[in-house]
Ligand binder design. Sequence first.
Ligand code: SF4
Length: 244
Amino acid sequence: MAAPESAPESARDADTDDRQLAPAPDSVPFSDLALAAYCPRQLYYARRDDTDRSPPPVHETARALAGQYDALAVASDAALATYDLAVEPPEFRSNLAVSRDRHDVSSPAETAVFLRGKDAHGRAAKVHHDPLAPSLVTPGSPPEAGVWEPQAVRATAAAKALSWREQTRVDHAFVEYARHGVVRRVDLTTRKKAAYRRALRTARGIDGPPPRIHDDAKCGACEYREECGTKTRTLGSLLSFGDG
Ligand code: SF4
């Protein structure tokens, strides 16, 4: 399911299907945590139907781009135009230059890493050493600032799992919007860790359909909306002032 550009980033399009390698009965896949943060009811349906949550093919494109930032940074417009970018080459180059100035994610110590934490497990596209941090790669679009909430939860889960593996503190992660050339850092603030714990509690506690979220953007892009019974507002009703 691809969310429209204007909708909040789908919880499903970052990294691989984490459910394939579940290591312990009460360990929660990163993908479930992201979905719990996106819409708990959608997670309920996805689990019930055992829905295929494999990332879309464009995710492979994003991962390939995320592995060659050094070359892309100096590529010509003509060369960049041969890649499946989400923005025009000049914008991509400009975004990438800003991101590379701020964050060093071009030379990871590990790639395609399965991380197993105390409470959650899943894959990170990259793991950086010194300082330790995981990177998640998404083909989607970044928000104006920071990262989408489900991605923040997923990035926090990956950082905590890496911390558990290394038995040392990990205080940040990265989300790479590779088709935009945008890299955002996610600091494990008190608020981010609280959102992660909330998602963990939600994901573990679902035993029936949770309440609907009534979010037009999310519900409008949701494959369960008919069954869910959520009515999204039409453009006409959104523009109406209700004054006849
Ligand atoms: S239609 Fe809306 S409330 Fe229902 S499952 Fe989908 S996102 Fe959640």
